[in-house]
Design a protein around this ligand. Structure first.
Ligand code: HEC
Ligand code: HEC
Length: 214
């Protein structure tokens, strides 16, 4: 079934079939798509070795699906326009399969960072910045940077430091608008560049615990 030829009837049928479709995740197909396409920029097991480009190993599949759909609709911040062309031809099944496969990969290791900077960032991450009305990051991204499963709250532990920094800056500058209810634009908007650098170093240095229960 092709997305561009959906009729009212097939949309209704898809809605009815939604629960069944969820059960039909094909991890092998997800791995194959990763090996054919995503590997070039995000690594063989979803751990990126390019500082500007994100890792996805262990990331929540719902978060990945949401962003892939935005890229496919050419509606997600993509500063180098590298990602969008890789999403436009993907089907819903492709997206679900690759997201489920990526979620199951071993999370990225703790990144090497400037320890002093990360120490400053630790405070911000866990306690927020009261004077600037910045909430604690841990309240939405978890005490270990694990995010919240089944939602849009991204895992951030071990993510590439420069990608984190660039993403927070893009929220601050209102370039990236994918955050529902402006949750991140409002948060980053109240942070200085130095706050952003510090908390990015800290998040990159965190280790995501492996989650086997799904
Ligand atoms: C040519 C390089 C390239 C290829 C190939 C590529 N991507 Fe990306 N992708 C990027 C870049 C660069 C970004 C970061 C955009 C930004 O700065 O926000 C990105 C971002 C993403 C994001 C958003 C991450 C986040 O934390 O919000 C997801 C999800 C993603 N890619 C999945 C995939 C998948 C799945 C594939 C394979 C089907 C793929 N990408 C193929 C370059 C690529
Ligand atoms: C009220 C909840 C909330 C708080 C508090 C919050 N975040 Fe977020 N954050 C989110 C949501 C939701 C997203 C996903 C936005 C999207 O889908 O683009 C996100 C996304 C991010 C991303 C992008 C992840 C990626 O892979 O692209 C970074 C980085 C981030 N947050 C860092 C922080 C930091 C640092 C703090 C604390 C200063 C913080 N967040 C506080 C909800 C929150």
């Amino acid at each position: 079934m092709h997305k561009r030829t959906l009729t009212g009837y097939t949309v209704a049928a898809l809605a009815l079939g939604a629960t069944t479709a969820q059960a039909e995740i094909d991890l092998d197909a997800g791995e194959q798509l990763n090996n054919e396409v995503c590997v070039a920029c995000h690594g063989a097991t979803g751990v990126s070795d390019v500082p500007e480009w994100p890792s996805h190993a262990g990331q929540h599949k719902d978060y990945i699906v949401y962003h892939m759909e935005l890229f496919r609709d050419e509606n997600r911040w993509d500063p180098e326009f590298l990602m969008t062309p890789n999403a436009t031809e993907l089907s819903d099944e492709d997206i679900r399969n690759v997201a489920a496969w990526l979620e199951k990969q071993d999370p990225p290791p703790s990144q090497d960072v400037d320890e002093e900077l990360a120490e400053q960032g630790r405070e911000i991450y866990h306690s927020g910045i009261a004077d600037q009305n910045v909430a604690s990051c841990a309240s939405c991204h978890g005490p270990n940077g694990e995010g919240i499963k089944g939602g849009q709250f991204a895992a951030v532990a071990g993510q590439q430091e420069i990608y984190l920094n660039d993403s927070l800056t893009a929220f601050k500058n209102e370039d990236r608008e994918s955050d529902r209810n402006r949750m991140m634009r409002d948060t980053a908007g109240r942070m200085t560049e130095e706050d952003i650098e510090a908390v990015s170093a800290y998040m990159a240095s965190m280790t995501l615990l492996d989650d086997e229960d799904e």
